[in-house]
Design a protein around this ligand. Structure first.
Ligand code: AHR
Length: 498
């Protein structure tokens, strides 16, 4: 039997709600169809935003949304997406399928979506093909409250009040699709561009996110931090940057042959789990470099793209990155979110890629139909971690699985302000159940309840069978010292103690 010891007497720090963030790009059917339909569509919507999608996203308490990309961000020209619809430019989305982008979803629509979701805003600027002037005018357009050309343009376009930009990304993947830059070149550009991300609203400062490494590219992290980490702000903030991004995707077969989302072998299951767990190593590696410059951990590691990436569903546009999502993805999400919780001293935001219809989506749509994926359920089951205090967790008697040095069970725990403790755990075995005991250090839980997400490894929800995988009550045995439960193979549990 595996025992998970939780030390409820030693909270280690707050889990930033933004760790549960999302990413939405102008890619395939994420924005168009998935989130935004024209206001005159037959699909119920408010100002073009699908009601079913917004409701489902509110249920998982989306804390922050990143937009407009991704690779798309570095060729997005924001002025094409404001003003009367009929005047908006139609352009080619060169990265993603070469389809027409009609710019009907632009800055105003993004802020309307975030208003409906009640979430923070994370806007990604264009360094790859945009000018400093264009970026600085966008910031002025979004946030300046006074007399200026951009504030007047915003008002003329129907929005007098400035919006709140919580986070601003200065470029995306500038080592790759965002300009194929060297770290030295990007780092100097970053210093320059970020200068013009002006803080117009002192009541709502913009947190600046510097483009970070791809996977384990420590050279990038070192060079960029060496060049850009400087001059702590007198008010205690962080000078040139508030966060450094990290992108990491799990693709079991490698980039060339990623594998099917739904049809995979046991070997592929364990390779996938191993790759999901690698996120922890990446946080340690980049975190060690960050510690050298920023020992007080003032800047956050912002994992603003993570998730699984498989071959697209047969018959779909290869440039649309549409894939199904099974219990394998649920376990990837569970493991990754547990890692983020356990490293919340450094990880201050993370955005799953992507929100709807792209990669490890939480929702899939087809016409007026919508399906909640197993990953959506994990976000729902984990939502009480948002803003709670993370608790130290140690495991005893946890075996290994898949013939690898991989724990059979992986967990995190946190304490809410109300005193309740949330424990989330995943079983990484594809075939074996695990009996798990949860034990608190200094108290005995008086009450315990929980939910379980389980099904075969390949189980998933479809438009014909949307509830094949849903949360169900978890059977728990509460005795004097703790709680016992059985985690079925590929199972994810969320338990509330007290
Ligand atoms: O999420 C899909 C793409 O993956 C993003 O546009 C890019 O940043 C990354 O390479």
């Amino acid at each position: 039997m595996a025992t998970i010891h939780i030390d409820e007497t030693r909270p280690l720090g707050r889990i930033a709600p933004e760790i549960y963030g999302h990413f939405s790009e102008h890619l395939g059917r994420c924005i168009y169809e998935g989130i935004f339909v024209k206001p005159d569509s037959g699909i119920p919507n408010v100002n073009g935003m699908r009601c079913d999608v917004v409701e489902a996203l509110k249920e998982i308490r989306v804390p922050v949304l990143r937009w407009p990309g991704g690779c798309f961000a570095d060729e997005y020209h924001w002025k094409d997406g404001v003003g009367p619809l009929e005047g908006r430019k139609r352009m080619v989305n060169t990265h993603w399928g070469g389809v027409v982008e009609d710019n009907s979803f632009g800055t105003h629509e993004f802020f309307e979506l975030c208003r409906q979701l009640g979430c923070k805003t994370y806007v990604n600027g264009n360094v790859g093909s945009g000018t400093v002037q264009e970026m600085s005018e966008w910031v002025e357009y979004m946030t300046f409250d006074g007399v200026s050309p951009m504030a007047q343009l915003r008002e003329a376009n129907g929005h007098k009040a400035p919006w709140r930009v919580d986070y601003f990304g200065v470029g995306n993947e500038n080592w790759g699709c965002g300009g194929n830059m060297t770290p030295a070149y990007y780092a100097n550009l970053y210093r320059r561009y970020q200068t013009y991300v002006r803080q117009y609203r002192h009541d709502a400062p913009i947190r600046k996110i510097c483009g970070g490494p791809n996977v384990d590219d420590l050279k990038w992290t070192k060079k960029v931090l060496k060049t850009c980490f400087a001059h702590p702000h007198p008010e205690g903030a962080h000078g040139f940057m508030d966060g450094l991004s990290l992108h990491y995707y799990v693709h079991p077969g490698g980039w060339q042959n990623k594998g099917s989302a739904t049809d995979f072998t046991e070997e592929e299951w364990y390779t996938t789990m191993e790759k999901a767990l690698y996120m922890e190593e990446l946080i340690r590696l980049h975190g060690d470099v960050m510690d050298k410059y920023d020992p007080e951990k003032k800047i956050g590691l912002i994992v603003d793209e993570w998730g699984s990436w498989y071959d697209v569903e047969p018959g779909t546009n290869p440039g649309f990155l549409y894939q199904q999502s099974t219990m394998r993805d649920a376990v990837i999400a569970a493991v990754t979110l547990n890692i983020f919780n356990n490293h919340c001293d450094r990880v201050k935001m993370a955005c799953i890629a992507q929100m709807v219809n792209v990669l490890q989506a939480v929702l899939l749509t087809e016409g007026e139909k919508m399906v909640k994926t197993p990953t959506w359920h994990v976000f729902r089951m984990y939502r009480d971690h948002q803003g709670a205090q993370v608790l130290p967790v140690t495991a005893e008697g946890i075996g290994t699985v898949g013939g690898k040095q991989m724990p059979a069970v992986q967990a995190s725990a946190s304490k809410m302000e109300s005193g309740g403790i949330t424990v989330t755990a995943a079983n990484l075995s594809m075939t074996e159940s695990q009996t798990v005991r949860l034990s608190l250090k200094a108290s005995r839980p008086e009450k315990a309840s929980g939910v379980l997400l389980a099904g075969g490894a390949r189980a998933h929800n479809t438009f014909d069978n949307p509830e094949a995988v849903v949360e169900r009550p978890l059977s728990l045995t509460l005795d004097g010292d703790g709680v016992e439960l059985v985690l079925p193979p590929c199972g994810v549990a969320s338990v509330r103690l007290g």
